[in-house]
Design a protein around this ligand. Structure first.
Ligand code: NAD
Ligand code: UDP
Length: 312
């Protein structure tokens, strides 16, 4: 029988790619979103498809639907968006987890949580394996997101131990690609939009901090792989282990766009992690998963998307 899959946050950047992938592979997909950071434009091409359904709903509230699988992605993900209303961000992570876990418990559905590398905070161990407990400020401007996601992980594991809920927990590292919000302040979208508009590329700090950037198609492969296997509940890191400094990223974006935009240095935001790189041994061993798309190729796709949608 065709499984019915609920995707919360399905109208967001990653969620919309996941909706598309699952509809294409024969799932009935129920997309739930309150459009806080997501957009109908991201899923417009799916509306009207016989296996796709959309509900406007806030995961702070319980949801009674008949589904077999749940991907819980609802949560603003960029620092600008999640710090805009920090109390809401924590509520979305925590109440959203409680409501979706309650639904999974009633339905005996498998549920996957999109957690984050932010649970490691500003890590003192590099690269970060899943066994690392992290170095997180509980009261800073990023805490609403980091601690909200940590509490959601706690709830997932307690529902598993206490109620036998069939959980999967993945920790996503920086992901990029088409359908990123052009003004969400994340570094890849910022640099591309700035380069295409001829504006200065804003580097925070001296640009020596590093991130590892995973193309969205690779990430979706990992999410589906984790959901579809029976041996590992996680937590499991999903991300691209190839690390770049933010300055290298800026130079690559300038090269690929042919832009003459200058670099503009700005103060580093508080608690901005210095380094981040996933140890993906567990994903490799369990799922046979490894990212395939090189930064250059993924950036070319993303640049083409922004050129088209912003007419730049
Ligand atoms: P996004 O902001 O594009 O998507 C989040 C979606 O959730 C949006 O469509 C938004 O409208 C929806 N949403 C927010 N609050 C909601 C609520 N209360 N009820 C219902 N819907 C709500 O972000 P994204 O980059 O697609 O991230 C998706 C998930 O992956 C998030 O949980 C995020 O924390 C996680 N993640 C993303 C990254 C990344 O680099 N993109 C990295 C780590 C973790
Ligand atoms: N960053 C930057 N310029 C920008 C936006 C971000 O230099 O215009 C830096 C930011 O300080 C951080 C890195 O790029 O060190 C990644 O930031 P992003 O917000 O994309 O993700 P996160 O900090 O959550 O990894």
């Amino acid at each position: 029988m065709t499984p019915t899959t609920l995707i919360t946050g399905g109208a967001g950047f990653i969620g919309s790619h996941l909706c598309e992938r699952l509809v294409d592979s024969g799932h009935e997909v129920l997309c739930v979103d309150n459009f806080y950071t997501g957009s109908k434009d991201n899923i417009r091409h799916l509306v009207g498809h016989k296996r796709f359904e959309l509900i406007r709903h806030d995961v702070w509230l319980p949801l009674y639907v008949e589904v077999d699988r749940i991907y819980n992605l609802a949560c603003p993900a960029s620092p600008i968006h999640y710090q805009n209303d920090p109390v809401s961000t924590t509520k979305t992570s925590v109440l959203g987890a409680i409501n979706m876990l309650g639904l999974a418990k009633r339905r005996r559905a498998r549920i996957l949580q999109a957690s984050t590398s932010e649970v490691y905070g500003d890590p003192k161990l590099h690269p970060q394996p899943e066994s690392y407990w992290g170095h997180v400020n509980p009261i800073g401007p990023r805490s609403c997101y980091d601690e909200g996601k940590r509490c959601a992980e706690t709830l997932f594991f307690d529902y598993h131990r206490q109620n036998g809920v069939d959980i999967r927990v993945v920790r996503l590292f920086n992901t990029y690609g088409p359908r990123m919000h052009p003004r969400d302040g994340r570094v890849v979208s910022n640099f591309i939009v700035q380069a295409l508009s001829g504006e200065p590329l804003t580097l925070y700090g001296d640009g020596s901090q590093s991130r590892s950037f995973c193309y969205v198609d690779d990430l979706v492969d990992g999410l589906v792989g984790m959901m579809d296997q029976d041996s590992e509940i996680g937590p499991m890191n999903l991300g691209n282990p190839v690390e770049f400094t933010i300055r290298q990223l800026a130079e690559e974006v300038l090269r690929l766009t042919g832009s003459k935009s200058p670099l503009e240095f700005r103060p580093l935001p508080q608690d901005d992690p210095v380094q981040r790189q996933p140890d993906i041994s567990l994903a490799r061993a369990t799922l046979g998963w490894t990212p395939k798309v090189a930064l250059e190729d993924g950036l070319k796709e993303t640049i083409a998307y922004f050129r088209k949608t912003l007419a730049l």
